[in-house]
Design a binder for this molecule. Structure first.
Ligand code: AMP
Ligand code: ZN
Length: 142
């Protein structure tokens, strides 16, 4: 919750810097990304400052999820892409640059150059069930 004073998305919420707003309500706001990967690329944010999924209130996420499905359908209807990607980066290590929770909604086409790149050779060998069960247990108990 720190840094909301200087936060660029909080400034958008407060109306201190411009944004092309798609919709907003008491809890969230959807606006166009200023560096669109594709035409129609927009962002959905909570109005209250949370850094990412690691500190956000679960009730806020529930509201965002509802509005995300609406925004995704609207982008799909308006842009008529081959598909729509929803992405959230949590932390700089995951590629998060703006430290205010935001969900990207990005229209995609089969032949676009946008790549969500997995490591080379990751499908060469399927994981062992025992290993998957072990890691599932670690996450369950965390
Ligand atoms: P991320 O790398 O997931 O943190 O993405 C941050 C996104 O915010 C990028 O796609 C930027 O283009 C976008 N962005 C940064 N500043 C603004 C702004 N003032 N208005 C709209 N989008 C912005
Ligand atoms: Zn903020």
């Amino acid at each position: 919750m720190s840094g909301s004073e200087d936060c660029i998305f909080c400034k958008i919420v407060r109306g201190e810097i411009p944004a092309s707003v798609v919709f907003e309500d008491d809890v969230c706001m959807a606006f166009m990304d200023i560096f669109p990967v594709k035409t129609g690329h927009c962002l959905l944010i909570p109005k209250k400052h949370y850094t990412n999924m690691l500190d956000v209130d679960p009730d806020v996420v529930a509201h965002l999820a509802k509005r995300l499905s609406e925004l995704t359908r609207k982008v799909n209807n308006a842009m008529k892409p081959d598909g729509v990607l929803n992405v959230v980066a949590n932390g700089p290590g995951a590629g998060q640059e703006v430290p205010h929770l935001h969900i990207h909604v990005i229209p995609r086409n089969h032949d676009d150059e946008f790549r969500f790149q997995f490591p080379k050779g990751y499908r060469d060998k399927m994981a062992e069930r025992e290993e998957l069960d072990r890691v599932a247990g670690l996450i369950r108990e965390a």
